[in-house]
Every structure is written in C-alpha cells, then in structure tokens.
Design a protein around this ligand. Structure first.
Ligand code: PXL
Length: 275
C-alpha cells in the first residue's frame, strides 16, 4: 500500500527549491504526495531580484477544511518554507486537525543560511517557528536556524560536543527527534547529526565535503529525509539516504554549476530513490 504524505511550502516557479523539489523526490520514493502551496513566487529569493510573491495564506485553511470534510488522513506531514507568522500559526492548526497516532510530522524550520535570515524574515518569526517545532516529531534545522531557534550566536567553528549539546537543547523545544544538517567539523567530511530524546541516542551520516555552496540543498535533504522516515521509520537509514542523495546531487551539478547557479541538478540522481 502506498503511504501518503502532505508537504506544505511555497511554489518557487523557477529555481528548484521547496515544492518543485519536494514533490518529485517524494513521488520518486513511492509516496503518494499531496501538496499545500503557501505562496507562489516567480523565482526563489536566493540570488534573484524582482520576483513576484502571491500569498496563499487564506487557501491553506480552505484546503484544510475541505480535506477535513473528506476525512483524509496522512502518514506524514512535512513542512518547509512558510512566508509569515500567520502561516506558521495556520500550519500548527493543520497539525492539530490531521495528526493521528500514525502521522509523522517533520518540520524544516526554513529561515536562513550562512548566519543570515532569508529576505523578508524577522526575528519574531523564529519565536513562532519554535512553537511549530514543539508540535513536530522531527525537526531539521541547519546551523543558522539552530542559532535562531535557540538564541545562540551563529558560528562555523564548533565540535561534536557543541553539536550534541545543541541537539539536546533543540529537543527541549518539545520534539522527540532533532536533526542538524550541514554539519562540518573541519575534517573534510560533511553531513547530518541527529538525536532521539526518547532513547538518548545520537545518529550521524557523513560523506566527503564538496566545497561548493548551492541553493536548495536543504530542501533536497529534508524531502529525502521525510520520505525515508515516513516509508521506513528508521532514523539512521533516513540520514544515510538523505546525505547520500544530497551529496550525489551536488556532485551531479558540478560540471555545469555556473549555468545552473540557482539550483541543484537532483533530477540526475532520482533513480537512487526509486529502488
Ligand atoms: O530553499 C528554501 C527556500 C524556499 N522557498 C523560497 C526561498 C528559499 C530560500 O531562499 O527563497 C521562496
């Protein structure tokens, strides 16, 4: 039987991130994938200027109300980029309506990268995002988002002890599992580290670091992680799948990276996920 996931994030019509990445990845993994688009932008905001932004906040509750009447249920709910504090509150209500004992909620608290918030985000957004994280089963911040969620300074100089401490503090927000993405201890490896508060166990997956920052890698990672967790339930397997798929996708982009500066050529690697 197909498992069913709904992913809630924006449509960036050009540029390969959020829904245009999540939908193909989750479908390739063999999940029935429903979507709720939270906004439609002509491009993403990372490197493009003059983009359009149509807010779909009112549609989120309307879609949710219709689905509630249809008595739809989901094995997974995965949220990414949300454009306003109001949207985060509405998504929290969506969790309350659709969460059952069998629903795995993954929140990627998309807010920024490389120590900075994305355009249009303000500090108060992080407070609302913290509340959404408290309702999740798994949260997937990068180091920048960790700093906004926990109110600690952003740093690129850290060690394993620091990451483990941050993970424990993230689960204190209320979610049983936290995953930090884009972890690099300066030893030539790059990957993700996770903590499961219920068993007090840490997990990690690393591959050799590729020294090239690309847009959309976080969404690729979170999509593959969410798909794997909903399908199989194993955190270690999900980390390995998401790290390998993200790294292979980055590698596949390198030959044409100047032409495709706006996104990752993950399409070349989708076959890894269909097996
Ligand atoms: O990849 C995260 C993301 C999602 N959606 C939009 C963005 C970004 C990052 O810049 O601009 C619209």
């Amino acid at each position: 039987m197909l498992k069913r996931i709904v992913t809630i994030q924006d449509v960036s019509c050009f540029g390969k991130c959020s829904l245009t990445v999540a939908l193909p990845i989750l479908s390739a993994m063999g999940l029935e994938t429903a979507i709720i688009p939270t906004a439609v932008l002509s491009t993403h905001t990372g490197g493009f200027t003059g983009y359009t932004f149509r807010d779909l906040t009112d549609d989120i509750s309307a879609i949710s109300n219709h689905w509630n009447k249809l008595e739809l249920d989901f094995d997974g709910i995965y949220t990414g980029y949300l454009g306003s504090i109001e949207q985060v509150k509405i998504v929290a209500n969506f969790f309350d309506t659709f969460k059952s004992d069998n629903t795995m909620i993954v929140v990627d608290p998309v807010m920024g990268d490389a120590g900075k918030m994305y355009p249009g985000f303000k500090a108060e957004f992080a407070d609302e995002m913290k509340k959404l994280c408290s309702k999740a089963d798994v949260i997937v911040p990068n180091m920048t988002e960790v700093s906004f969620l926990l109110g600690v300074p952003y740093t690129e100089e850290y060690d394993e002890t620091y990451v483990k401490d941050m993970l424990k503090r993230l689960t204190d927000l209320g979610c049983p599992v936290a995953v930090i993405t884009g972890v690099c201890y300066g030893d030539g490896m790059h990957g993700a580290v996770a903590y499961d508060k219920r068993t007090d166990k840490f997990f990690s997956s690393f591959m050799p670091h590729i020294n090239c920052a690309m847009h959309g890698t976080g969404d690729i990672f979170s999509s593959a992680l969410s798909g794997s967790i909903v399908k199989n339930g194993s955190l270690q397997e999900a980390l390995d799948t998401a790290v390998a798929f993200t790294v292979k996708s980055i590698e596949a982009t390198l030959p044409d990276k100047d032409k495709y500066w706006y996104g990752v050529s993950f399409e070349k690697c989708l076959g890894m996920l269909t097996e």
